[in-house]
Design a protein. Structure first.
Length: 338
């Protein structure tokens, strides 16, 4: 084996990490794994993995009888559903003319069709294949747990598809942000909990809301970033409706609600006391809070691979840090009971 071949193999993990960190394709030859990670925008999948883990750990904390095989299938289904949704969003936004060469979607990461890497029909095939895998998992879980699985799965699919798909296009009417709260909270966390335990206590739905709200700050940031393009195009996201300044303050308020709800739910013993570990993310939160206190700069003051996105990656950093700490707190709570 030549040194060149060995070097090429060793560089693949670096390429994959680059795609996961930036949602952009790596330089040079695009290997199949990098291509798939890029097309599915796998860099944002950790938010879904945290939601799935959160549902399972809630079950452990509540001393529920957990079927770990069904939990694993549900978690895999969530990740596949998120991948399928990202692909479908690119298809639908391209179809209705939202995604163009000079729209932020193609600027912070090349659109797979506009960039010429895949055809529209091939992208549609990818969506069908991944959705078919999700359907198979849904049918199996339904056979094991009953019809509520269908309600969770179809609820998530319908809301996710309607987010960009005509004629509804929830994003266009200021309903995209509430949709994310519903999907990342009750539908994802609640759905995984039900698949794992066969029950769905109201306390679990309530417990799912803080993290869902935290995830929605990423979308709020993204829509603030895209507002100069969305407003003139008639896409009335919540930041377009509110205006730049109020939208930034609302996002700040969502951060406050996340931390406050974790404390409140811990006091109510719905979440373990250990989940207050999320406050270890406050140094980062303070920096991001300051970012949201000012309008978006004309240019990024530092190298930014996802520019013109500015607020969204800052929200994502907080979501990743605080979400990881939330899971750590849940693990501690599941082990020691507090």
């Amino acid at each position: 084996m030549t040194d060149a071949v060995i070097g090429q193999r060793e560089s693949l993990p670096k390429k994959w990490l680059y795609v996961l960190a930036t949602t952009n394709p790596p330089k040079g030859t695009l290997d199949p794994v990098s291509k798939w990670l890029w097309i599915t925008r796998a860099g944002v999948l950790p938010m879904t993995l945290v939601a799935a883990a959160f549902g399972g750990l809630l079950a452990v904390y509540r001393d529920a009888d957990v079927d770990w095989w069904l939990f694993s299938l549900a978690a895999i289904g969530l990740v596949l559903a998120h991948m399928a949704n990202n692909i479908m969003n690119d298809l639908f936004d391209l179809e209705v003319g939202t995604d163009t060469a000079d729209y932020p979607r193609n600027l912070y990461s090349p659109h797979p069709v506009i960039s010429g890497v895949v055809s529209r029909s091939r992208l549609a095939v990818y969506a069908l294949v991944v959705n078919a895998a999700c359907l198979a998992i849904m049918l199996y879980l339904t056979a094991e747990r009953g019809w509520p699985i269908i309600a969770f799965a179809l609820g998530g699919f319908v809301l996710s598809a309607a987010y960009t798909a005509p004629p509804i296009r929830l994003k266009k009417h200021g309903l995209g942000e509430p949709t994310v709260i519903a999907v990342w909270g009750p539908l994802m966390v609640g759905g995984v909990y039900y698949a794992a335990t066969g029950t769905i206590p109201g306390a679990v739905i309530l417990a799912s809301l803080p993290y869902a709200i935290l995830c929605t700050t990423v979308l709020m940031g993204k829509h603030i970033d895209k507002a100069p393009w969305d407003g003139p195009a008639g896409t009335h996201t919540l930041p377009v409706i509110l205006g730049d300044g109020p939208a930034r303050q609302v996002t700040r308020g969502m951060f406050v609600v996340f931390y406050a709800m974790v404390v409140g739910l811990a006091i109510a013993q719905i979440l373990p006391v250990a989940t207050v570990l999320v406050f270890a993310s406050m140094p980062l939160m303070v920096r991001v809070w300051k970012v949201y206190g000012e309008p978006k700069p004309a240019e990024s003051p530092f190298p930014n691979p996802v520019w013109p996105l500015w607020f969204a990656p800052h929200s994502f950093l907080v979501t990743r840090r605080a979400g990881g700490l939330l899971i750590l707190g849940m693990i501690v709570g599941a082990i020691v009971g507090w």
